[in-house]
Design a protein around this ligand. Structure first.
Ligand SMILES: [Zn+2]
Length: 330
């Protein structure tokens, strides 16, 4: 699966709002479907954030974005932000966030976990139905920096296969490493699969607080420093679920503009992992994992700040339903 020495090729094409129909035939079917069926409840106007522009990303060669970790590329202009939500879907928080985004007629990117996608497929499909971009974030939020090469591949590919199974359609070839822990094996795998590695610029630190106002302050402080960027939220965190509406108002009032990222290509799956999921699915229906927002996984500039073993064990207990059946075969 890994092609050593692969030369990264990349391209970012900027397209104007409303020109989606002009994209060539290589466009992601997901993006085409989303735009063909706009389901937003928003009423666009001068007081809504909307989408300032859409950026189409050619993921050939696995380009890297997000200047907290990578300096390869920067497609944002001053004042532009990309909204991203990790670790979902969540049965109640994800819908709250979708409604807040709709009120502002704006779009975001969700990096979902395969395990949670299969646990909450209706919420995942709603994310797609409302026109947001759906990337992946591994199967069960493993720290890939502590995983073997085989585990790295399984975590990435099972996440993709599970998300597409739950969505009943293609996801975007966009990936974010849990804890932003990006071992060489993982980066090479993404490059070999033409998957963009999307890190962050600004962290809401929403997993550190239940306070919406504190979360908002974190984002505004980060933006004041960096002037633009890809913002990290988690749609499993209460501070974001309850604060995102005001967060968007604050962004609008300060003149920030929303950029929506979309892929040029569709995300393919690997048959081996599709089959593993299918076998397990028929052998044992999924149970809904316990929801523990306060202890839920969250991205950090790991590995040096990776969480303690005790917290990792808690997460394993939370997600043991599907994980036991599939990962128990290792
Ligand atoms: Zn995460």
């Amino acid at each position: 699966m890994i092609r050593a020495g692969l030369v990264t090729r990349w391209a970012v094409a900027v397209i104007a709002i409303g020109s989606i129909a002009a994209i060539q035939s290589g466009v992601s079917p997901l993006a085409a479907q989303q735009d063909a069926q706009p389901q937003s409840k928003c009423k666009a106007g001068p007081n809504t954030l909307g989408v300032s522009r859409t950026v189409e990303i050619d993921t050939t060669g696995g380009p890297r974005f997000g200047r907290l970790q990578y300096r390869d590329h920067d497609f944002l202009q001053e004042g532009e932000v990309v909204l991203t939500f990790d670790d979902g879907p969540h049965p109640s928080f994800t819908p709250m966030i979708l409604d807040a985004l709709d009120e502002q007629c704006t779009k975001a990117t969700f990096f979902v976990l395969g395990q949670r996608a299969l646990s909450f497929p209706a919420q995942l499909r709603e994310v797609g139905r409302r026109g947001h971009t759906i990337g992946t974030h591994t199967w069960a939020h493993a720290n890939l920096g502590r995983s073997s090469a085989a585990q790295v591949e399984s975590q990435i590919e099972l996440g993709i296969s599970a998300a597409q199974l739950a969505l009943d359609g293609p996801t975007a070839p966009f990936f974010r490493f849990p804890y932003l822990s990006d071992p060489g094996a993982g980066q090479r795998h993404l490059q070999s699969r033409d998957i963009a590695n999307i890190s962050i610029d600004v962290d809401s630190h929403d997993f550190r607080t239940k306070s919406p106002s504190r979360m908002i302050a974190n984002v505004l402080r980060g933006l004041q420093e960096k002037k633009k960027g890809i913002i990290l939220f988690h749609d499993i965190q209460p501070s974001t679920a309850h604060g995102i509406r005001q967060m968007l108002v604050e962004l609008k009032s300060r003149g920030y503009r929303i950029v929506h990222i979309k892929p040029k290509q569709s995300q393919s799956t690997v048959a081996e992992y599709d089959q593993r999921l299918e076998r397990d699915r028929h052998a044992r229906p999924p149970r809904v994992a316990a929801v523990r927002p306060s202890s839920a996984p969250a991205a950090r500039p790991a590995p040096q700040q990776a969480e303690a073993p005790a917290a990792s064990q808690q997460r394993i207990r939370d997600t043991r339903d599907w994980r036991d059946t599939i990962f128990g075969r290792w």
